[in-house]
Write a protein that binds this ligand. Structure first.
Ligand SMILES: Cc1cc2nc3c(=O)[nH]c(=O)nc-3n(C[C@H](O)[C@H](O)[C@H](O)COP(=O)(O)O)c2cc1C
Length: 208
């Protein structure tokens, strides 16, 4: 059986004891059951090995028609080309990430800046951005030290509205958030993550 191609973006800077990676490790195996196929994972450790920051040439290329951008800056667009190819080859995207300062970590924002590309992953029509990638499921296993994602809000949530909006620009609209929060100050954060993971596994999001 052809495996399900999954792109995993691991955004924690931690090498060991990352709460978001632990959450992912608890939840991701459920996808085999959910999709009825083995999962083949292509992994980017953005937190430990970030992609390079965007360059002046890349910024300039975004305001040119695609053909002209490629003619002038072709080689300098290689990182973006590779990340977009990798994203487009994935049938499912899994983002494993902490909240940093109420939003996505800088390393994830940097990846986003490389893949949200005019005339490649979106076009502008009538002053609106329209995505060019086919939609596919995106799972976001997200951990936070504090009480993020509470109603009424205790901390402002620039994480979910931002990520939903920016992935929507390139056509990715099927997004499932799997949070584990209030991990700071507890004696055994990884155990608490495990409890939250069990709740997600029992809920509808990861079931067939
Ligand atoms: C730079 C930085 C900023 C953070 N900002 C927030 C925040 O705004 N809200 C919050 O609840 N936790 C915040 N945290 C805590 C992390 O979200 C929390 O420790 C998380 O469990 C880390 O995940 P990891 O172990 O996978 O890296 C921040 C941590 C760091 C290092």
């Amino acid at each position: 059986m052809k495996p399900l191609e999954l792109l995993l973006l691991d955004c924690s800077p931690r090498r060991d004891n990352s709460t978001s990676r632990h959450l992912t490790n608890q939840l991701l195996p459920a996808l085999t059951h959910r999709f009825g196929r083995p999962v083949h994972v292509t992994q980017r450790h953005l937190g430990v090995k970030p992609v390079p920051a965007i360059t002046a040439e890349y910024a300039d290329s975004l305001v040119l028609p695609a053909e002209e951008a490629r003619a002038r800056f072709g080689n300098q667009l290689a990182v973006s080309d590779e990340l977009i190819r990798e994203l487009d080859a994935a049938e499912v995207v899994w983002i494993s990430t902490p909240v940093h300062n109420f939003t996505v970590p800088a390393v994830l924002k940097n990846w986003i800046d490389h893949v949200v590309r005019r005339d490649v992953t979106f076009v502008t029509k009538d002053n609106r951005k329209v995505g060019l990638l086919r939609d596919r499921p995106v799972y976001v296993a997200v951990t936070a030290g504090g009480a993020m994602f509470r109603e009424p809000a205790i901390q402002p949530d620039f994480f979910r509205p931002y990520l939903t909006a920016v992935l929507g620009v390139i056509g990715l609209k099927d997004i499932t958030y799997l949070p584990s929060t209030s991990l700071a100050g507890v004696d055994a954060p990884l155990e608490l993550v495990q409890t939250h993971a069990s709740r997600h596994l029992a809920a509808a999001a990861l079931q067939i």
